[in-house]
Design a binder for this molecule. Structure first.
Ligand code: ADP
Ligand code: ASP
Ligand code: MG
Length: 411
């Protein structure tokens, strides 16, 4: 008998019928003798609907009071459905469990989970159903954990309870080489390392929230992504495998359309200029991702950086002010960009990945605007209209397509 934390995402609980189907699945696990804690999301579309209601009047504290209602609906319905099946269940909001977080409304971090209630209920044979995505701060204010935060609730519960496995049930049957909704030939991975999953998540693969992966890595929580309504092994997120040498160069391709590019042209090329340009941006709490500075030819230089699209207008206003202070020639902005990234621990032992990537993009006439690399990833920024073409070209070039993989292993 084991202790399992199971998380069901928005689509999996999108209708009352699906909630009943989830109840049957959970009850069957309980029947096998497992102790079960379930974390659930709001019914699909509900969080977006709630956010839209607040347009123009949103304030952070009240936003959390508003959006946390979505998950509260699901926990009550799922617990009722379980009880109706004869499987005793009890629901808890984040504050009732007490999932203690910091006070950063709409993006709070979990500090501690009081497990007393949960342990007592499990000891009585109950299934415990916890609202995902929410917690409470020291003062008792409701907080939420950022979009996709129910994944993090599940992993944090699994860590606190030292669960045998944290199972993330969703609308795909595992983690794929890339989003299977964009590349039909994407393949499910049996395993992926925490390190790679962290890169994939932070570079745009929203199948798991970044913080959930961080948490799982930090507390070594066995984490698996599975389909809610189809049987299968799913994908295990695991510690680095010893056979890195044999690992494929690339495990996956991530992409996002969330960024915008800002360029300041003709800035005097003197010490401290990057600081003068980027300092005010970071003081305004705007996160900067890719940064590229050109080599100066005529004692002036150009600097380009990317920020989240939602921050572009704010960043542009700040940059305009700095540019005129520095006597720069011009500021340009572009929010029609996309970032494509190759991820793989195998990159450490394979040379030439970058040039292979650039060739694959050149072969389909995609112009690269920016390039950035780290030990296990290479990202390029391209025109947004080339996103899908680029992802497909790279997927094929690195032998990730379902058919070519079968050929290369002789299957
Ligand atoms: P949930 O509501 O269950 O949390 P999400 O929509 O947050 O589900 O995450 C599942 C979705 O993630 C899939 O439907 C898929 O389109 C997307 N996705 C993006 N990248 C990947 C990937 N590499 N592997 C699997 N799914 C991915
Ligand atoms: N309901 C929240 C969202 O849509 C949290 C989650 O589903 O993980 O972002
Ligand atoms: Mg999600």
């Amino acid at each position: 008998m084991s202790l399992l934390v199971q998380k069901f995402g928005g689509t999996s609980v999108g209708t009352v019928e699906r909630i009943k189907a989830v109840a049957e699945k959970v009850a069957a696990f309980r029947q096998q003798g497992h102790d079960i804690v379930v974390a659930v999301s709001a019914m699909s579309g509900e969080t977006n609907r709630l956010i839209a209601l607040s347009e123009g009047i949103a304030t952070p504290r009240e936003m959390d009071v508003l959006v946390s209602t979505g998950e509260q609906v699901t926990i009550s319905l799922l617990s009722m459905a379980l009880n109706t099946l004869g499987c005793p269940a009890v629901s808890y909001t984040g504050s009732q469990v007490r999932i203690l977080t910091d006070s950063a409304h709409t993006k709070a971090r979990i500090k501690r989970i009081d497990e007393g209630n949960i342990r007592a209920d499990l000891a009585e044979g109950k299934v415990v159903v916890v609202a995902g995505f929410q917690g409470t701060d020291e003062a008792g204010n409701i907080t939420t954990l950022g979009r996709g935060g129910s994944d993090t609730t599940a992993v944090a519960l699994a860590a606190a309870l030292k669960a045998d496995e944290c199972q993330i049930y969703t609308d795909v049957d595992g983690v794929y080489t890339t989003d299977p909704r964009v590349v039909a030939s994407a393949q499910r991975l049996d395993r992926i390392t925490f390190e790679e999953m962290l890169e994939m998540a932070s570079l745009g693969s929203k199948v798991l929230q970044i913080r959930a992966v961080e948490f799982a890595g930090k507390y070594n929580v066995p984490l698996r992504v599975l389909h809610s309504f189809q049987d299968g092994p799913g994908t295990l997120i695991c510690l680095e495998e010893k056979t890195t040498m044999e690992a494929p160069a690339i495990s996956g391709i991530a992409f996002n359309r969330d960024e915008a590019k800002l360029t300041v042209l003709g800035v005097p090329d003197i010490p401290g200029v990057a600081y003068k340009i980027l300092g005010p941006i970071s003081e305004a709490n705007i996160e900067v991702d890719v940064i590229v500075q050109n080599v100066a030819d005529d004692k002036t230089t150009d600097l380009t950086f990317t920020v989240h699209r939602n921050d572009m207008k704010r960043a542009a206003t700040i940059l305009e002010a700095t540019a005129s202070e520095l006597g720069a020639r011009e500021v340009k902005t572009d929010d029609k960009i996309a970032k494509l990234s190759l991820v793989g621990v195998g990159m450490r032992s394979h040379a030439g990945i970058a040039s292979q990537m650039f060739r694959a993009l050149a072969d389909v006439s995609i112009n690269i605007l920016l390039i950035t690399t780290s030990e296990i990833k290479i990202s390029v920024v391209v025109d947004e209209k080339f996103l899908e073409l680029g992802v497909r070209a790279l997927h094929t070039a690195f032998g990730l397509d379902a058919e070519s993989a079968a050929e290369s292993t002789g299957e």
